[in-house]
Design a protein around this ligand. Structure first.
Ligand code: AMP
Length: 369
């Protein structure tokens, strides 16, 4: 039995990957109708509820999590129950705060944009004086899908940004004029073995990921550098499981932006697009099993379904397209499913994506690049 904190779509896809390995999954989520509950045991309780955590942990080989804002108290409680939490608490703590996260990147030889902690209005002036404009002011913790951040272009922007964000601990970063955004899905097993998927190219709109393409265009020459940096991160954090590292590709280099200590939306294409998906590899890692091959079958893409479903019959009629429905009610801005698109090579993949956009009316940014 594997335990998962959180019962959303990531836990659902982890459960679906665990079953063929002969492993059962139990999730804990405050929501009685959470997506993972359709295919795994579900404990309905708050994340820090001692009785709920004890029920989650009972009989588990290991407990993992599907989101990085897991309360530290929950992880401590699980450790106190004698169950292994993977990835370990240290990696979780670092990824919850953008300052130690970027410190860790730099310590591992992964450069970042210049950054400074901002805890007062005077700190903001000092950070802007040191780093310059434009830049991005972000909350250090609990940011997701581009929330909790403001781009500062002129000195007149500082007051409004401070008024909006100044109640939280902040970070100011130099603005990166990136050529593209990409991510590396890495995995480390309990025995220290590592494996890496090819760099993925990511396209966002309104702060939400819309389209991922693997292998990412323009990334082949950067793969070795990305793997070396991620390998150092995994070793430093004594990491077990899947780690997603997000980068800016700029002027032929990679700058680290952030990491997620879990399976990641930009790796969802791997369910049909790779020999062993990120979900299966995460389960293998936390269960102490050998890792599977990260080889991509040709080229693959992930299209997020956000807010509402397109005509699913039309989607399913398209060759090379696979539907992953999360069992959630449609709601504006909500991720309710994704499509994996697979093809023999990039040219065929882009053709399938353009056709899919035409058939469904889905807007797919990045297809003209
Ligand atoms: P984050 O929450 O750090 O992933 O930021 C959300 C999005 O904002 C990123 O995917 C980028 O598109 C953009 N962004 C964040 N930080 C920077 C930066 N320093 N320079 C340019 N764009 C950024």
């Amino acid at each position: 039995m594997i335990g998962i904190l959180g019962g959303g779509q990531l836990a659902r896809m982890l459960a679906l990957a665990a079953v063929p390995l002969g492993l059962r999954v139990r999730t804990l989520d405050p929501n009685a109708d959470s997506p993972a509950g359709h295919c795994a045991e579900l404990v309905v309780a708050p994340y820090d509820d001692p009785a709920g955590l004890a029920r989650l942990a009972a009989g588990c080989t290991a407990v993992t999590y599907e989101f990085e804002n897991v309360p530290a108290a929950a992880v401590e409680r699980l450790a106190g129950l004698g169950v292994a939490v993977r990835p370990a608490a240290g990696a979780l703590a670092i990824s919850q705060d953008r300052i130690p996260e970027k410190d860790c990147f730099n310590a591992c030889g992964l450069p970042t944009a210049p950054y400074r902690a901002v805890d007062s209005r005077a700190d903001l002036d000092a950070a802007v004086a040191a780093i310059g404009l434009p830049g991005v002011l972000k909350t250090r913790r609990f940011g997701y899908d581009g929330k909790g951040q403001k781009v500062l272009r002129r000195s007149e922007d500082l007051d409004a940004a401070w008024a909006e964000l100044g109640r939280s601990p902040l970070i100011y970063e130099g603005f990166v004029p990136f050529d593209s955004e990409c991510s590396l899905i890495a995995v480390r097993g309990g025995d220290g073995a590592t494996a890496f998927y090819p760099l993925v190219e990511n396209h966002h709109r309104d702060g939400i990921l819309r389209l991922s393409i693997c292998p990412g265009r323009g990334t082949a020459g950067l793969q070795a550098e990305a793997e070396a940096a991620a390998g150092r991160l995994l070793a430093r954090l004594d990491y077990v499981g899947v780690l997603a590292v997000e980068f800016f590709r700029v002027g032929g280099r990679l700058l680290g932006n952030e990491m997620a200590p879990r399976v990641h939306n930009s790796g969802h294409w791997s369910i049909e697009g790779a020999e062993c998906s990120q979900f299966e590899n995460h389960i293998r890692a936390v269960a102490g099993l050998p890792l599977g091959s990260t080889r991509v079958r040709g080229a693959a893409a992930m299209v997020n379904l956000i807010g509402d479903f397109p005509d699913l019959r039309a989607v399913l009629a398209e060759p090379g397209v696979h539907l992953h429905h999360y069992g959630k009610e449609p709601r504006p801005g909500r991720k309710i499913g994704h499509l994996t698109v697979v093809a023999d090579d990039h040219a065929a993949l882009l053709g399938r994506l353009r056709r899919l956009a035409a058939v469904t009316g889905l807007e797919l940014p990045g297809l003209d690049g």
